[in-house]
Write a protein that binds this ligand. Structure first.
Ligand SMILES: NC(=O)c1ccc[n+]([C@@H]2O[C@H](COP(=O)([O-])OP(=O)(O)OC[C@H]3O[C@@H](n4cnc5c(N)ncnc54)[C@H](O)[C@@H]3O)[C@@H](O)[C@H]2O)c1
Length: 307
């Protein structure tokens, strides 16, 4: 059967697919809409990351396709009901990049609370900004608020507990007596309570109607003074302009943002001169190890679905 892979995938996992099927692997295909549409017509399976928009014209062109493998977790680039209506199975790589994201969150929280790592140029230049950098905060004893307590939220909570953090979590699909809270050592909290009590807030919800704009100006203002916000979930959940204003005013103590309303992020003057801000280009889930796990998992599941 014919498998079309439109974005980066681990070559050894591609080889596993090639051993059983006819594979077109071209990580540049995502940027060539006419060729993508032409190739889509003959595909029995499609494998994408988060840039290929599986909807509209592309979905219509996938006449023979029965399975869409997603090399990652969020499904906001895929018209899932549209796929279901055409009898196409959509398979995410659930859990396979959770460790990468959880480590990114904990590392960012430590960097932002401590605030001491941006001084290399000043130190090398012979300045000695010791007084200015002597009041950083420790992570132990601080409260982490997790919005979304699925695979990534739970793993992040477990890492944070190991570092001595208190962990609060809010998830619309879970009750306070869900065993995951006890397993991780986290406490269920209503969203407003979590926002008011947390020193670090980290977002782990999908981008859906109920989460779009969840952290707008009002909710950012309700955060504890000096608190830190980490968004590895999806752009569109946090109001970027309001966040930048909260950092500049000193209301918030720092932020790490990996995902943006528009990706690639265009030049964004609202982020200029924001103190204690880490921006990364949607890489929280990307590590050598996660890429391998995600690719092998999807290769195996697509082979199974085509069997
Ligand atoms: N930056 C990256 O590289 C990267 C990598 C992986 C995943 N992600 C993003 O992280 C998100 C979470 O991933 P995951 O693997 O933990 O997914 P998951 O499905 O295991 O967990 C998501 C959780 O969010 C909960 N939820 C849904 N709507 C909610 C709401 N309105 N309020 C509170 N909770 C809500 C769900 O009940 C679920 O438990 C993904 O949807 C994806 O968008 C980003």
């Amino acid at each position: 059967m014919r498998i079309l892979i439109t974005e980066f995938m681990d070559e050894r996992a591609v080889a596993q697919l090639r051993a059983k099927h006819d594979v077109l692997y071209d990580p540049l295909l995502v940027d060539d809409a006419p060729r993508l549409a032409a190739e889509a017509r003959g595909a029995d399976a499609l494998i994408v990351r988060n840039r290929t928009q599986v909807r509209g014209a592309l979905l219509a062109a996938l006449a023979r396709c029965t399975v869409v493998g997603r090399l990652g977790v969020g499904l906001d680039n895929i018209d899932v009901p549209g796929c279901a209506a055409r009898g196409m199975q959509v398979i995410p790589a659930s859990g396979a990049n959770a460790q990468a994201v959880a480590e990114y969150v904990v590392a960012s929280a430590m960097l932002l609370l401590r605030g001491a790592y941006g001084a290399s140029a000043a130190v090398a230049a012979g300045q000695w900004p010791r007084n200015a950098l002597s009041n950083g905060r420790e992570i132990a004893g601080k409260t982490l608020g997790l919005v979304g307590f699925g695979s990534i939220g739970q793993l992040t909570g477990a890492l944070a507990r190991a570092l001595g953090m208190k962990v609060l979590a809010f998830d619309t699909m879970m009750n306070a007596d869900d065993p995951a809270f006890t397993r991780v050592g986290a406490r269920f909290a209503a969203l407003d309570d979590l926002v008011a009590a947390s020193d670090v807030i980290s977002l782990h919800v999908p981008l859906v109607d109920s989460t779009r704009g969840l952290f707008g100006a009002g909710r950012l203002q309700a955060m504890k003074p000096g608190a830190v916000l980490i968004n590895t979930a999806r752009g569109g959940i946090v109001d970027e302009v309001a966040l930048a204003a909260a950092l500049r005013s000193g209301a918030l103590g720092g932020a790490a943002i990996d995902v943006f309303g528009a990706e690639p992020l265009p030049a964004s003057p609202h982020f200029d001169a924001c103190p204690n801000l880490l921006l990364t280009p949607h890489v929280a889930g990307l590590t050598a190890e996660a890429n391998e796990r995600v690719s092998y998992l999807i290769a195996a599941k697509v082979i199974e679905a085509l069997a």
